[in-house]
Write a protein that binds this ligand. Structure first.
Ligand code: MF3
Ligand code: CO
Ligand code: CO
Length: 283
């Protein structure tokens, strides 16, 4: 059985219970998530052929630091960088290094900034110079799957509705959904209950209630869904080495539906990629 508790009464660790946050926490998350979104906006002007992922890492650290925030990934379970940078067939958790980005690469930048104790977690794909149409299409499909999922986030729906929406759409587009990583509750903690699966069946899973805050972060592949983790213990790649894409938003459940805390204030949610709005998601 799923239990739901007011966020403050739970200990500061993942107990499996789902936290319900109050209005003050929603305001804290708005601020942290908007900082993360502005950092991702600023990266759109920087990412181009020749830039290294270590330079991106340094930029993210500095961007947060100057606003009084720290990256949640730094020293997290032995991870030693301020950001994850996942290029081409890297599914997630790519570690920044001194290799320059190359024309035609697609790269996911995943930023989590902690501001006043609240975690703002979001990621976007960036196109490095001109990229192949198949790569751009994968990014389009991936963001669209995220929008369709966000449309399911409202009281009374179930967590399975989120995964079902992503899976049905992505597979209809001849893409596959990574099963090995999921979205998560977020707020005072970086990774909290519930797990947010990106596949599944409508009507299954925990009920969605006002006050819940979680990420949705589908990883969608052009080939098969299977991944392996490299010897560094972090970098997850597609087994078939086909391209993978991911976008991530942090959302808070309201009485009416949800608020997307990590939307870009500059309209740069999908830099370099055009994704038309989903009519139902507009309201
Ligand atoms: N930011 C990632 C997420 O969306 C988690 C990265 S954990 C790390 O949940 F240790 F790999 F950085
Ligand atoms: Co996340
Ligand atoms: Co993230």
């Amino acid at each position: 059985m799923t239990s739901y508790l007011e966020a403050e009464v739970l200990p500061a660790r993942n107990t499996g219970a789902i936290r319900l946050y109050d209005a003050a926490a929603f305001e804290g998350m708005r601020r942290a998530c908007q900082l993360t979104a502005r950092c991702l906006d600023a990266l759109a002007a920087i990412i181009q052929p020749g830039v290294t992922t270590e330079e991106i890492d340094a930029f993210v650290f500095r961007y947060g630091y100057e606003a009084g925030a720290l990256p949640a990934t730094l020293n997290y379970r032995g991870y030693m960088k301020s950001v994850c940078t996942s290029i081409n067939h890297v599914v997630c958790h790519g570690i920044p290094n001194d290799k320059p980005l190359r024309e035609g690469d697609i790269v996911n930048i995943d930023v989590t900034l902690i501001l006043d104790g609240y975690h703002g977690d979001a990621s976007r794909m960036y196109l490095v110079g001109r990229v192949k149409r198949a790569a751009e299409r994968l990014c389009e499909v991936t963001y669209r799957s995220l929008l369709l999922a966000i449309d399911e986030v409202k009281p009374g729906n179930r967590m399975g509705d989120i995964g079902a929406a992503i899976q049905a759409y992505a597979e209809a587009e001849r893409c596959s959904v990574v099963r090995d990583f999921c979205g998560h509750g977020v707020g005072r903690l970086f990774h909290d209950a519930p797990n947010v699966l990106h596949y599944g069946r409508r009507g299954e899973g925990a009920e969605i209630r006002p006050g819940m805050i979680f990420t949705i972060e589908p990883m969608i592949n052009l080939g098969r869904p299977h991944v392996k983790v490299l010897a560094d213990g972090w970098t997850a790649v597609t087994r078939d080495r086909a391209l993978s894409a991911q976008y991530e938003h942090t959302v808070g459940v309201t009485e009416a539906g949800c608020e997307v805390f990590t939307l870009s204030p500059a309209g740069l949610d999908t830099p370099g990629v055009t994704v038309s709005k989903i009519p139902a998601a507009a309201g």
